[in-house]
Design a protein around this ligand. Structure first.
Ligand code: ATP
Ligand code: MG
Length: 486
């Protein structure tokens, strides 16, 4: 058992006047103000009958109210279920029932959805509008036990039914520490937060902000113009992004360059194409590729700055507190050999909520089987190749959709691409491509095929190319390959 003082209260006592949150309209709050607001919410939560240990869902887009609510729920020691706002009613119902949630806090804009939900499931719902930044303050629990669960976040559901990942205070604490031991900390650091707070990528920035004592520049969503503006003119030093965001930012940057003080673009959540990494490099954007998942409280491996260019395409090494190995069944893989990535460390979940089957299958002796395939090079750098479930086996050869997608996306006419396996009499499976075309006028299917033939072994060249308007992506903007059907 490891006990720490409550984070926000401690931070407000240590550095009350430092900025904690900066909003897009330039409203700013200090840690003292944030702590007072969270204390007011905590008091009001208790008045709503919400107490320590309760399962409380939150349904909100990024907003200051949501930011405060998360801190307030920690103050009272409730277990938070942060819901992905883009889910369908049935998906919400699955998570609320699965999570045995008794209370739902929601942003007013979601009222009609909540009305639908409360017909189906018995819970006490309260709109954010019923809370206010005034009145009495409840300072909340004095101490956090690092072994206690504070959040349950459902995985993105990219490969199947989402699973509720239980994360303890300790998991988040070690994640924040692992990151800062790698990236360092400057007094003027400011972290741009435009990824969802309901996802571990956004939530981890909230925790880093309070643990490090630096402001989060909170955006309601990713809007290329306001993010660009924030980096160029408001002293942002660090940002977490996924590929599609970086692609838009690179385009927006044009011939300009980011200020020198902008020192880290943490890129994660999915594979990054080589062409994106190269164009970022040309524009001197300090991209740090990361690899992580909900189960590891976000970033687990990161490619540090010293090696960023030398190891382009690698996700780096595990952060200081973590270990990693690559396994092929019971055997550890050789250098360069592809196998399943396993991870162990204090930021790794102790298990999924209510899923003894998945826990038994996934976690052994503290080692988490990620379901991802990768290999280590001779210096121990990790290369993530793809998800095990998406592996295509064609004529006995392993084909990784992500590699083909990366080649497709390096073609100037292709805006986006997804590849899946299709049953084939002779080869078992063959890759087929779904592409979103940038400009119909200049596009030539022949030229795209040639481009693939020039850059890929024959068995990896897609046997079919389908043009579609948009690829199916989930709320984390991840490609859902299982929805690609022809
Ligand atoms: P589900 O587990 O429900 O299928 P999910 O795995 O997409 O959903 P997340 O926890 O949000 O849910 O995402 C983690 C996954 O994202 C990793 O397991 C991996 O497949 C992918 N990923 C993250 N970083 C990288 C990276 N650098 N390169 C390739 N893939 C990555
Ligand atoms: Mg997963």
């Amino acid at each position: 058992m490891t006990i720490m003082p409550q984070w926000l209260k401690k931070r407000a006592a240590m550095t009350p006047d430092r900025e904690a949150v900066v909003l897009s309209d330039d409203t700013r709050y200090t840690f003292k103000e944030l702590n007072e607001h969270a204390g007011q919410y905590a008091y009001q939560l208790k008045q709503q009958g919400i107490n320590e240990g309760d399962h409380v869902a939150v349904l909100s887009k990024n907003s200051y109210e949501m930011f405060v609510m998360i801190h307030a729920l920690q103050k009272i020691g409730a277990v938070m279920f942060l819901l992905n706002t883009r889910l369908s009613v049935n998906e919400f119902l699955f998570q609320l029932k699965d999570g045995e949630v008794t209370h739902l806090l929601f942003q007013e804009g979601f009222r009609s959805v909540v009305d639908e939900l409360t017909v189906e499931v018995n819970l006490h719902s309260v709109s954010f509008e019923q809370f206010s930044f005034e009145g009495k303050v409840d300072e909340g629990i004095a101490e956090f036990d690092l072994d206690h669960i504070t959040t349950v976040l459902y995985t993105s559901g990219t490969t199947g039914l989402p699973k509720g990942v239980q994360l303890t205070y300790g998991n988040h604490w070690w994640n924040a520490n692992g990151s800062v031991l790698n990236l360092g900390l400057n007094a003027d650091d400011r972290w741009l937060l435009c990824v969802p707070l309901f996802h571990v990528s956004g939530l981890s920035i909230l925790f880093r902000s309070v643990i490090y004592g630096i402001p989060a520049h909170l955006h309601e969503r990713f809007d290329v113009e306001s993010v660009h503006e924030d980096i160029m003119n408001h002293g942002v030093t660090t940002m977490s992004a996924v590929s599609v965001m970086l692609e838009e930012l690179v385009e927006r940057l044009g011939n300009e360059s980011y200020p020198e003080s902008f020192r880290c673009m943490l890129l994660g959540g999915g594979p990054a194409s080589k062409s994106l990494l190269e164009s970022s490099k040309e524009k001197s954007i300090p991209v740090f590729q990361t690899y992580g998942m909900t189960e590891t409280a976000s970033q687990f491996c990161t490619l540090d700055e010293e090696n960023a260019l030398r190891k382009l395409g690698s996700a780096g090494k595990p952060l200081f507190p973590g270990q990693l190995k690559i396994m092929n069944d019971a055997e550890e893989c050789q250098v360069g050999e592809v196998g399943e990535i396993l991870m162990k460390g204090p930021s790794v979940t102790k298990g999924y909520w209510n899923r003894p089957d998945a826990n038994k299958e996934t976690i052994h002796d503290g080692w988490l089987k990620t379901g991802d395939l990768g290999y280590l090079d001779e210096e121990g750098f990790l290369y993530v190749v793809d998800r095990r479930k998406d592996l295509i086996i064609s004529g006995g050869e392993n084909v990784y959709p992500a590699e083909i997608e990366s080649v497709l996306k390096s073609h100037p006419s292709v805006k986006d691409a997804g590849v899946v396996g299709k049953e084939h009499e002779r080869w078992g499976q063959v890759p087929v491509a779904f592409v979103v075309i940038r400009d119909e006028e200049t596009f030539s299917a022949e030229a795209l095929k040639d481009h693939c033939e020039n850059n890929l072994a024959k068995y990896k060249v897609p046997k079919e190319f389908h043009e579609i308007d948009e690829l199916p992506r989930n709320a984390s903007r991840k490609l859902m390959r299982n929805r690609l059907v022809n």
